[in-house]
Design a protein around this ligand. Structure first.
Ligand SMILES: [Zn+2]
Length: 369
């Protein structure tokens, strides 16, 4: 993440802090000073914020170490003013594993809260009010903070841990995609109910809470959409979705030759071959048209083509190739046979779309017949 820097590394995971976090500290300090309670109070509030975030880091390490047990690495955790974000390499697809990884974060806060509770003994004056950050003993406040983290993170909605726990539980009975969509809908339903209740004054209005509801609503939808897409391309290889009937341009071709091919069919992007028949670049429709106006039809295509370094193979996972296509600035990826080095296909977003439509239609036919 930009604007963040490393504070330490533990068990192969870098803990980074975002600069906006210091703005939060400054804000808390200035509030403390302006309230006229003096330097000591301001310092204590800052120390409390730092300790709160130490609990957030420990929470994230609960996830990180659990994931590590399943061989999943976490390159970094970034601390933002709104909390911590652990960037796991991937989420486990096995429900039991996702359950463990998701629950281990809040579990850390349960342990911290229990330890403070036992350490302090039961205090009769203890009153976890709404303004717990302003009143109360340092450790009491810290205990309330940890209890709050458990409750907040276990809200059964993506992207909270509770959403993942819910999906893992549902995935025991349903397939992964269905479980995700159901979990996302439940999360969206909760967010919507809380939002509406707030707008109707059934719950105390809080702009921050409304923002969180909105955020949860969007994030849940995104999670469902990304799993649906992963599902659609799962088990598909590049060769299942590539264009195999395509035209190419020889190295000495001119823009006029490109125009002839463009007008002759529906293909929009043309691989430019070298003398040995290997691929040396791609002439896109966009580049062809703009070069035509500037340089004229006799101009060589070699000058205009894009280099396409990221060729893919027919046996590569379609999901992986889709990522490569998205990251490349070429609208088509050449597909090269790894044995012969020959150009065997073109992978375009349009063709992938068509493949998915065909697949969806076939799946529908199979379920209805
Ligand atoms: Zn968590």
């Amino acid at each position: 993440m930009k604007w963040s820097f490393r504070i330490f590394t533990f068990a192969g995971t870098e803990v980074r802090i975002h600069v906006t976090f210091f703005l939060l500290l400054l804000f808390v300090a200035s509030q403390g000073l302006m309230s006229g309670q003096g330097m000591a109070v301001a310092l204590e509030s800052m120390l409390f914020i730092v300790t709160m975030f130490a609990c957030v880091v420990l929470h994230e390490f609960g996830h990180v170490l659990a994931a590590r047990g399943y061989g999943i690495r976490t390159p970094d955790i970034t601390l933002l003013p709104i909390g911590g974000v652990a960037r796991l390499e991937r989420m486990p697809r096995k429900p039991s594993q996702e359950f463990v990884v998701a629950i281990c974060g809040p579990l850390v806060n349960v342990i911290i809260a229990a330890a403070i509770f036992l350490g302090l003994g039961i205090n009769a004056e203890f009153n976890p009010g709404y303004d717990f950050l302003k009143t109360g003993h340092f450790f009491q406040k810290l205990m309330v903070w940890n209890v709050f983290m458990v409750v907040f993170n276990l809200i059964p909605a993506f992207p909270m841990d509770g959403g993942r726990v819910l999906r893992a539980l549902l995935a025991w009975f349903l397939d992964y995609g269905k479980a995700t969509r159901l979990a996302a809908s439940i999360g969206q339903g909760i967010a919507m109910l809380v939002g509406i209740a707030m707008l109707l004054n059934k719950v105390e209005f809080h702009p921050m809470l409304l923002l969180i509801c909105f955020f949860i609503f969007m994030a849940a939808g995104q999670e469902a959409a990304s799993v649906t897409q992963q599902e659609a391309t799962r088990d598909l290889r590049v060769k299942d979705a590539m264009l195999t009937d395509f035209r190419t341009l020889p190295p000495q071709a001119t823009l006029r030759d490109g125009v002839t091919l463009l007008l002759a069919g529906t293909q929009q992007d043309f691989p430019v071959l070298n003398l040995q028949g290997g691929i040396q670049g791609m002439l896109t429709r966009h580049d062809l048209i703009s070069a035509l106006a500037e340089k004229g039809p006799a101009h060589p295509v070699i000058d205009v083509m894009r280099r396409c370094p990221d060729a893919t193979g027919p046996a590569i996972d379609l999901t992986q190739a889709l990522d490569a296509l998205g990251a490349s600035d070429c609208p088509a990826l050449p597909v090269i046979d790894p044995l012969s080095g020959e150009l065997v296909g073109l992978l375009t977003a349009e063709n992938i779309g068509e493949t998915l439509m065909v697949r969806a239609a076939l799946m529908k036919m199979r379920t209805t017949s």
